[in-house]
Write a protein of this length. Structure first.
Length: 750
């Protein structure tokens, strides 16, 4: 027996390190069965724990976990003294043979897992309280006032305890009261809901990553699926307001946007696009007499269009296509309502083929699934309406519009929802305390891989008059969030058209800054797909042992190289606001003060209304767009901001913007290296259709002394192609268009 175990260990340790995505059946050599218990070693830090009194174990995908076919890590397995011992490079599991595994047995007598956390042995057992869990997110911010939603945050994948549990047991309730299910078979190309093989089974995933937070998230997406990249346009500016706009009023908004040179990419038609009632599928022709014409007009002006849905009431007899849907369902002619039952493949097939695709043929680009009045299905006990709507709507777009990236705008439906971007956080109050909590909320959602929350910038529920300063601070925060979208309720007098505010120039600057940062943001979106690390993430990802990284929860990283500490309180009598900030260890470039500052310190500064406290990591390169009005065209010139204080680099990611090709290698990367006074733009790697062959650059060296000379590829430039601003201490170099497959080296001489 001992020889066999040694041989098994050697074989397991030599398996090839190639993972097959979305195969729910684990490699047989990763699985250890012990009576009614079964353990699957997924990574050195992650072990699946199953217990079934029937001895029946789930091997299908479930809502949270869709792939278990990972490279088998090195581990040993042996039975000794009535116990099963499984040991990986990071964990030691001990199970009492024949013991019953459940959460009520709150000791390690039956099951325990030990690991090392900062030199201390931690022993986990079922039922242990994860009191230091760093939380994840929640279904909705409806009614958010200050931090009153904090208590509703579900547990996340990361904990200062060093361990966490993904609980896929069929009886365990999610945050909305629903439960997990299996995926089995497919209807119209979509994996469908199925009952668990044993509803009373235990199905846990133990994550013992200590404080290796980024590694935990990286391994999570291996089993739970990646965060798909949204279309590029989704990251631009959205105009949205709950108001019954007519076609003329929609066009007036767009004309005002163009007249004021405001960048914009998405126009939302809220629920008043359809006839009366929360649920509706039929155009209100009194407001929008020519829907196809209006949407086509929007498209001609570079805007994508989304329609708001509240599906729960089904299809009434006054709706378009009611008769066809009723007949498809085999109902009697006396039926007046076809109830919403998306768990029924027949209903899905009829509803989407008759109604959803009819609207998509009229030009609708994506759907806003605003609310399901029923949290769980009337037809399948425990099935979450939110999760299931997200799964079906997203995958229907994936299957039926393969030339585009699927995207929906929806609420969080529980773990696994990250596979269906993007999120709508709901109806928060328009107050400073509400704004103050949203940076924490947004960054913390990355702890469950939900990296694309979109908020109602400006707040939704507004009881007082429009507050230009509050709106400005919300928009400044919005620049550094995943989705940049204004919104508010339909109370008369609430204004979200930024050009109607006295501080419009400052509001406009927020939109322009968002578009300038788009190359950086889009590169971060690719990083989220590759690594599981979302665009907005807490400071403790990089500083897990620093207490201030947990205390300063209203600061966060936006990508790898920008730290944001938004102003979230009103100004004082002089128009400035005091803000206390902690900077992690290292050197940072203070954008507002135009200087390099030391980290590992706390300080207070006062910020005027036009100032946003954000900081670049010293030495990095921040890629910016030139001024632009939408994301439909690719600029032929990019701006490279060279941040002083250290050496560093950046990688510019590009692809087709709205195709699935990025998953199959249709993309490019360009590495930009900053070392001393030299910036090197390396030859582009990769390819995609219609990629630019040449590109020009504007190189901006921030906070630098005046150089005596500048060379490009060894050739000295005349003063006409570079300049120096004495006040800002910025060196600007203009590089004419050069082939993207050639190296460009820019050197400052002193």
């Amino acid at each position: 027996m001992k020889c066999l175990l040694v041989l098994l260990t050697l074989i397991v340790g030599q398996l090839p390190a190639v993972a097959q995505e979305n195969n729910p059946v684990a490699h047989p050599q990763a699985v250890v069965k012990a009576g009614k218990a079964r353990f699957t070693v997924l990574t050195p830090e992650m072990i699946r724990i199953q217990y079934s009194d029937k001895g029946e174990f789930e091997d299908r995908a479930t809502f949270s976990v869709v792939n278990r076919r990972l490279p088998v890590p090195r581990f040993t397995s042996k039975k000794k003294g009535g116990y099963l011992h499984i040991k990986t490079d990071a964990l030691t599991l001990k199970y009492k043979l024949g013991g019953i595994i459940n959460a009520e047995a709150a000791t390690d007598e039956v099951l325990g897992i030990s690991f090392n956390l900062n030199g201390q042995e931690i022993v986990w057992h079922p039922g242990m309280d994860d009191s230091l869990n760093l939380k994840g997110t929640t279904r909705t911010l409806d009614g958010q006032l200050g931090d009153n939603k904090r208590k509703e945050l579900e547990n996340g994948l990361l904990s200062r305890e060093g361990w966490s549990i993904i609980d896929e047991s069929p009886r365990t309730h999610r945050g909305d009261g629903s439960t997990t299910f299996a995926f089995d078979k497919a209807y119209d190309g979509i994996e469908w809901v199925a009952e668990p093989i044993d509803k009373d089974a235990i199905d846990w995933y133990f994550l013992g990553y200590g404080h290796q937070y980024k590694k935990a998230l990286g391994d999570f997406i291996k089993v739970a699926g990646r965060q798909p990249m949204p279309p590029l346009y989704v990251l631009g500016y959205w105009y949205s307001k709950y108001q019954r706009y007519t076609s003329d009023e929609f066009m007036e908004i767009v004309n005002d946007v163009k007249r004021n040179q405001i960048p914009m990419d998405v126009m939302i038609f809220d629920m008043d696009w359809h006839t009366q009632g929360w649920t509706g599928w039929t155009w209100d022709k009194t407001a929008i007499p020519d829907p196809e014409g209006l949407i086509d007009w929007m498209h001609q002006h570079g805007l994508k269009v989304a329609l708001n849905l509240h599906p729960a009431d089904g299809v009434d007899d006054d709706e378009d296509y009611f008769t066809e849907v009723r007949n498809d369902m085999g109902m009697d002619e006396e039926v007046k309502v076809v109830p919403w039952n998306l768990s029924d493949p027949k209903f899905y097939h009829s509803m989407f083929n008759r109604i959803i695709r009819a609207r998509e043929r009229q030009g609708v680009d994506f759907w806003w699934i605003d609310w399901q009045q029923n949290l769980t299905s009337k037809y399948v006990e425990g099935l979450g309406e939110t999760f299931w709507c997200n799964h079906v709507f997203y995958n229907d777009m994936r299957v039926n519009h393969p030339d585009h990236r699927p995207v929906i705008f929806h609420r969080w439906g529980g773990l696994g929802s990250h596979r269906y971007p993007i999120g709508f956080s709901g109806d928060s109050h328009s107050t400073y305390p509400t704004l103050a909590w949203q940076p924490y909320f947004t960054a913390t959602a990355s702890n469950v891989g939900f990296g694309y929350w979109g908020h109602d910038l400006g707040g939704h529920i507004q009881k007082d008059d429009n507050d230009p300063e509050l709106y400005l601070r919300w928009m400044q925060f919005g620049v550094f969030t995943p989705i940049f979208r204004t919104h508010a309720t339909n109370r008369p007098g609430i204004e979200r058209r930024i050009w109607h505010y006295d501080n419009f120039p400052l509001l406009l600057e927020t939109v322009r800054l968002r578009y300038a940062l788009m190359p950086y943001i889009y590169t971060a979106a690719r990083q989220a797909y590759d690594t599981g690390i979302s665009i907005c993430r807490p400071l403790y990802y990089d500083s897990p042992e620093e207490e201030n990284a947990y205390i300063f929860e209203d600061e966060y990283m936006f990508g790898d190289d920008i730290l944001v500490a938004p102003v979230v309180t009103p100004s004082e009598s002089d128009g400035k606001t005091a803000r206390k900030i902690w900077l992690p260890e290292g050197k940072w470039f203070d954008v507002c003060r135009n200087e390099v500052v030391n980290g590992n310190r706390t300080f207070t500064d006062r910020y005027a209304q036009q100032e946003i406290p954000y900081f670049y990591r010293a030495g990095t390169v921040i890629v910016n767009n030139p001024p632009m009005l939408n994301l439909n065209t690719r600029p032929d010139r990019l701006i490279l901001k060279i941040i002083p204080g250290d050496n560093g680099f950046a990688t510019l990611y590009e692809d087709e913007g709205d195709t699935q090709g990025y998953k199959d290698g249709a993309y490019t990367t360009t590495k930009i290296i900053h070392q001393g006074n030299v910036v090197t733009i390396m030859p582009r790697e990769g390819a995609f259709q219609d990629m630019p062959k040449k590109r020009a650059y504007t190189i901006e060296y921030l906070a630098q002394p005046r150089p005596t000379s500048i060379t490009i590829n060894g050739k000295q430039l005349s003063n006409g192609v570079w300049n120096y601003n004495e006040q800002s201490r910025k060196v600007t170099v203009y590089v004419s268009a050069m082939p993207c497959n050639e190296k460009i080296e820019i050197m400052l001489g002193y």
